[in-house]
Design a protein around this ligand. Sequence first.
Ligand code: ATP
Length: 478
Amino acid sequence: MNDNPLTEDEIIEQRRKRRLEILKKHQVESSTNAPSRVSTEDSLTSEVTNPFSKPETSRSEDERRSLDGQQPNGLNDSSLARPVSNEPFSEKTVNENEDDEEDDMFADTPSPSLKKRKTEKKPSTVKRSLAGMQDTWDDIEGYYKVILMEELDSRYVVQSNLGKGMFSSVVNVMDQKTKASFAIKIIRNNEVMYKAGMKEVSILERLQAADPEGRRHIIRYDRYFMHKNHLCMVFEMLSLNLRDILKKFGRNVGLNIKAIQVYAYQMFTALCLLEECNVIHADIKPDNMLVNEKRNILKICDLGSASDASENEITPYLVSRFYRAPEIILGYPYSCSIDTWSVGCSLFELYAGQILFPGRSNNQMLRLMMECKGKFSHKMLKRSQFTFDNFDEDFNFINNEIDPVTGQQTQKVLNFSKPVRDIKSRLKDVLASTNEEVVIQKDFILLLEQCLELNPEKRITPKQALKHPFFRNNQPFR
Ligand SMILES: Nc1ncnc2c1ncn2[C@@H]1O[C@H](COP(=O)(O)OP(=O)(O)OP(=O)(O)O)[C@@H](O)[C@H]1O
């Protein structure tokens, strides 16, 4: 298997394609969906009658078990790590962040080198000079130049930088009224991003109305305001994302099975809410799952790629590639179950400490999926729009690879009669240390297999997943 890291050019090209898809989508939607004006005083926290909301009493017992504050045996830092005796996988691991580092099609100038990206830790302490000099507020890429102790919306005081994504920079602030901490996502000063941000706001509002008490593991959103031409979205303050957790506690070997159980249950609880609201997240991955300080509560964040399930326009670059469901690549009708696929990939990665399908192209993603799960049914291939990009007329897979020696593109037909690298064999080196863990691990493998059904119609639903035997001995929820 070729697990070599992608070249910088390949990463740039891959990410550019994805952002182009998002750009195209928002250009089409913008004329109808985006509000023409946003008031700085507008708040989205007021009560809204929500057609998607479901009364508390109608929630299943399983869902209720996962509610925040009902987990007496929460995780702590030591309970996340797997015993060091577990051997890491011998395979070379592809840089897990490669899919997040990209050239920036929204910037006026070429991006700084990929390595230089995540640099800024502390906001500048230089005082901003003259009001009215708008261009000094933004950097050349349209990110707001945050100043330590700056006041936003006459209320929030900037404490530190939290992170930087393609669409925004995120800062930690203190609300002077309540002294509470919040995270504010400051969207880049760019019309397309503003429209994408407003769409994220409307989806968050909808999810919030269906879960007014915020117990279903989607990030809590408070309100938005405008600051110097930047859309600012106020969120509850959380701690690390699961990619950071994996680096910190998994030591690149993965987290222990008990931590996986707790997080998995919360992920499926969030997916249930998304499904009830008919929302597809479309960017589920460890980077977009945040945990609290105590590490016992997980929330899914970054709804920036989310959309209504009825808007499921066929496009082959939706979702970050390693977490992309086969139906997206094939051009088969897709729905909320693409998020279940992404959760399956994320859970494997959190447990194994390595990416499940580190394909360097959509074609290679299909190959890795078939090595793991066997071949696609002809019925599915017949219904897919992009089948012949990757299969011949007899539905044989055409493997497209770059020859590492000659650098030439090579094509050869590959046949997959049955899985050659299934989940069980991939996890054979992750040894369970107790008999109890052996049983839990077996159930985990079963659950992963069901999340990773090639046919989306046969894939486990989030509601079914919550009842899976994998959660049988999950004491924190009992
Ligand atoms: N509520 C929060 N609490 C703590 N940290 C946060 C919070 N929200 C975001 N962050 C940090 O900021 C980073 C970027 O946030 P987010 O993914 O929402 O931004 P984005 O611009 O949409 O990024 P992307 O390029 O992934 O689309 C996150 O990975 C996380 O580390």
